[in-house]
Design a protein around this ligand. Structure first.
Ligand code: ZN
Length: 409
């Protein structure tokens, strides 16, 4: 396996926001064995071990996008997700996205809803070396109510018995985690954003069975009513977590629920794509039925203070793109999101990087494998030109991407 020695002007370890200057990383058999100042981590004596000095570059953990939809494409996702394309095309779209996001520095994704077995097949194709792509955790079809959010992709289940059966069926189909829709969603006409789709009892049944079977649970939750029930049920990651009132528009932040999230160690996974027109003028997209640039950015600016407050109250927060790809040709959606968070959201760059590496690694249950640069972890590494702490846009300047020490992009 891959053994190598890397140097760079700085390494962001992801451990307590650590920054090591003039640093080196030693990789042995795909795993990190040493990291520190180059003076303390000397090159290996064996001259056959490859050594790369990236100069004025930053080495950081490979990025993690904890909420994507590799097989879906913008323009094809509304009003009924994924209906217009064939299975074969959806899978090919997934192959393209897998290659693209990896080249953009994202070494792990969690695919939070795909039709049939698409996401599992993509995951296995990457692990078997058939295609290049990030490590993929797949939920497969989401569990939702009849006619509920994202039903064309999902398994409809309307009672405690039915949700349990859906969990067991998904596990049989090889999923890595369970996605359940606790509220309605924007892409699904007729679903109600501000209202909960399931009772606490039903959500609890999902959690009980998923945990029994060794899977964590992610829930789509825009409205506070659904968030509250999801938290009562102990769902591991609350996706979007938008705190919308019963009308689906006004904010209804609930600090008691937030405190319960913190106590239980539940993660808020703020899945919302970057306001693309801010970064990327695309006439056709800008003219679509989606919210305009200004409205979208204003919406985010309204929500981000709630994220700051959640963090103050001790909730672990990660950000994710919810990407239905096609927004950025280069698949740099996550880097654009990072840029938006720093430039418009008042989040310090190091915190943003932590929320795209160490925190999501924990959230998806891979905290012992990836997310930081420390001995024992997989050498999933990203090298970018320049210094993202001073200029977050450096995240776009991808120089190299490693997976388990192998150069993959
Ligand atoms: Zn999503």
């Amino acid at each position: 396996m891959s053994t190598l020695y890397l140097r760079a002007a700085r390494v962001l370890t992801g451990v307590d926001n650590g920054v090591i200057k003039d640093a080196a990383v030693q990789v042995d058999d795909g795993r990190i064995v040493a990291v520190g100042p180059a003076a303390q981590v000397p090159p290996p004596a064996d001259p056959s071990v490859p050594q790369v000095d990236y100069g004025d570059a930053t080495l950081l953990p490979g990025l993690i996008d904890a909420h994507v939809h590799l097989t879906l494409r913008r323009g094809l996702d509304t009003p009924l997700p994924a209906v217009p394309v064939t299975d074969e095309r959806a899978l090919l779209q997934g192959v393209e996205a897998a290659r693209g996001v990896l080249a953009a520095g994202v070494t792990t994704v969690r695919d939070c809803a795909a039709r049939g077995h698409h996401a599992q097949e993509l995951r296995d194709a990457v692990e078997d070396g058939i295609i290049t792509g990030p490590h993929i955790l797949a939920s497969g079809p989401p569990i939702t109510t009849t006619a509920g959010h994202i039903w064309p992709l999902g398994y409809e289940a309307d009672s405690v018995t039915e949700v349990r059966r859906a969990v067991r069926r998904l596990v049989k189909e090889g999923v890595d985690f369970i996605k359940v829709c606790a509220t309605g969603g924007r892409g699904t006409p007729g679903s109600v954003i501000g209202r909960a789709q399931y009772s606490t009892e039903e959500l609890r049944a999902v959690v009980e069975d998923a945990h029994r079977l060794g899977r964590h649970v992610a829930t789509h939750a825009l409205g506070t009513e659904g968030i509250r029930r999801a938290v009562e049920a102990g769902i591991d990651t609350i996706e979007h977590c938008a705190w919308l009132g019963l009308d689906g528009e006004t904010l209804a932040f609930d600090e008691a629920v937030v405190e319960s999230m913190a106590t239980q160690g539940l993660v808020a996974s703020i899945a919302a794509g970057p306001p693309w027109e801010v970064f990327h003028q695309d006439k056709e997209l800008a003219g679509s039925s989606r919210p305009t640039t200004v409205a979208r950015l204003e919406t985010m600016k309204e929500r981000w203070p709630l994220v700051h407050r959640m963090r103050e109250l001790g909730v672990q927060v990660c950000f994710a793109t919810d990407s239905v790809y096609g927004m950025f040709e280069d698949f740099h959606d996550l880097s654009y999101l990072a840029q938006a968070l720093v430039e418009y959201g008042d989040f310090p760059p190091l915190d943003v990087i932590e929320m795209l590496t160490a925190v999501p690694a924990q959230a998806i249950g891979w905290g012992d494998r990836i997310g930081t640069i420390e001995p024992g972890k997989l050498a999933d590494l990203l090298v970018v030109k320049g210094n993202p702490i001073e200029d977050i846009q450096a995240l776009h300047a991808v120089t190299a991407v490693y997976q388990a020490g192998a150069l993959v992009a």
